[in-house]
Design a protein around this ligand. Structure first.
Ligand code: SAM
Length: 393
């Protein structure tokens, strides 16, 4: 493909990604794979070049662009070599029209700013344009950090997160011997902090109520040394079905999965009433804290969707209450930086359940925020999270 044809391909792909974001269609990664499957003439260099252009254009557009062409022209505004490729050559992008404007550089959709925790000021918001680091968690069920570090000599430790290692961007973790042997999992250091805050110990009964594919379940299992019981529950069969294989690879033999029927969760959970030493709610959320990793997700969130998520989080929190045994803890986490999902959500929970209180969280990561802690990309170098530990008074 000529350089100009690559620009045109990026424009076409961005058109598809914009439409999918607007209409709830497939994710950008999926659309990119499909696009190149149907265009076998594109070589690996073409694919890399086009994909890089697409993600650079997505990253600099907090607001959903009007079109793929507008998004690419916006990118070309800051890159004269790219601008010259709008040359009208065969298969290439048409030259810029008189007064034709590109999408302006924005970090976030305008409406979300007023919803973010005030700690996430404009300076902190800029960090959401950067690329996220690549972290792994050493699986202490099978390996020790020194052995894993020997396989990744450029890894650096993450302060306050004992089993986390930060790797150079592009490290092929999933092709490493350490990964194949179950010695390491890819996991953001902030996610590892959530598991730490759960303070799970061998012999406990633990319910991971929104377990997904089990990223945090596996970290909880590692802290339990394989002793005790972990129930990994979720309403998504697709996500939950990935957990048994991951658990086997990690050597975690004490995890059971529980598929929940949405709105009938209480029925399936009733056998665990008053049983759990720890319930973790890693709730469905806006994902604002992970927008560095999923920049296109900024185009999918709407005020209405945010309201629905907040209501669902409150419902799940209330579902968890009867499961926690006397003296047990409920850990609530969202990878979100909005107050409605974090600080205000927990305040509302405590108002609904006056016999519950928040426990101080002892970790050097993050900042105290309301009755919990806020981790942010700018302050902590992790994904953004709000976390609270709740106990019955
Ligand atoms: C943030 S994700 C969990 C990620 C997971 N804990 C991990 O570490 O990889 C939120 C999960 O909540 C699940 N979920 C949504 N509504 C739920 C409900 N009512 N009960 C349980 N799980 C629910 C979603 O299917 C999704 O997997």
């Amino acid at each position: 493909m000529t350089p100009a044809a690559r620009v045109q391909a990026a424009i076409e792909l961005l058109d598809e990604i914009i439409a999918a974001a607007r209409d709830g269609g497939a994710a950008a990664d999926t659309l990119i794979v499909r696009y190149f499957k149907a265009r076998r003439y594109a070589g690996s260099k073409d694919r890399r070049f086009v994909t890089d252009l697409v993600y650079r254009a997505i990253r600099r557009s907090g607001e959903r662009p009007a079109s793929g062409r507008a998004a690419m022209l916006g990118l070309a505004d800051d890159d004269s070599a790219l601008d010259e490729l709008f040359d009208g050559s065969p298969y290439g992008a048409a030259p810029r029209g008189e007064g034709e404007e590109g999408t302006p550089l924005t970090v976030l959709p305008g409406w979300i700013r007023g919803h973010l925790a005030p700690l996430i000021d404009e300076g902190e918001q800029m960090a959401l344009l950067q690329r996220a680091p690549l972290d792994i968690r050493v699986n202490r069920l099978k390996a020790d950090p020194d052995a894993v570090r020997a396989e990744f000599p450029e890894a650096v430790a993450v302060d306050g997160v004992p089993y986390a290692l930060r790797l150079p961007d592009g490290t092929k973790v999933e092709q490493s011997a350490a990964y194949a042997a179950g010695f390491a999992e890819v996991q953001d250091a902030g996610s590892q902090v959530i598991a730490q805050i759960c303070q799970t110990r061998p012999g406990m009964t633990v319910i991971d109520l929104c377990a997904g594919a089990g990223g945090k379940t596996l970290a909880l299992a590692a802290a339990m040394g394989g002793e005790g019981r972990i129930v990994a529950a979720d309403t998504s069969r697709a996500r939950l079905s990935r957990l048994p294989d991951r658990a086997r690879r990690a050597g975690a033999g004490n995890i059971e999965t529980l598929l929940l029927d949405i709105r009938r969760e209480a029925e399936s959970l009733s056998p665990f009433s008053g049983q759990a030493d720890v319930v973790l709610i890693d709730a469905p959320c806006s994902g604002t804290g992970t927008w560095r990793r999923n920049p296109e997700a900024r185009w999918r969130l709407t005020p209405e969707r945010l309201d629905r998520l907040v209501a669902e989080q409150a419902r799940i929190l209330d579902l968890a209450v009867p499961l926690v045994k006397r003296g047990g803890r409920l850990v609530y986490a969202v990878c979100a930086l909005t107050d409605a999902e974090g600080r205000a959500q927990v305040d509302a929970f405590l108002a609904r359940h006056p016999d519950w209180q928040a426990e101080p969280i002892s970790t050097q990561i993050g900042r105290e925020w309301g009755q919990g802690r806020l981790l942010s990309p700018a302050h902590d170098g992790t994904d953004g999270f709000f976390i609270a530990a709740l106990v019955q008074g």
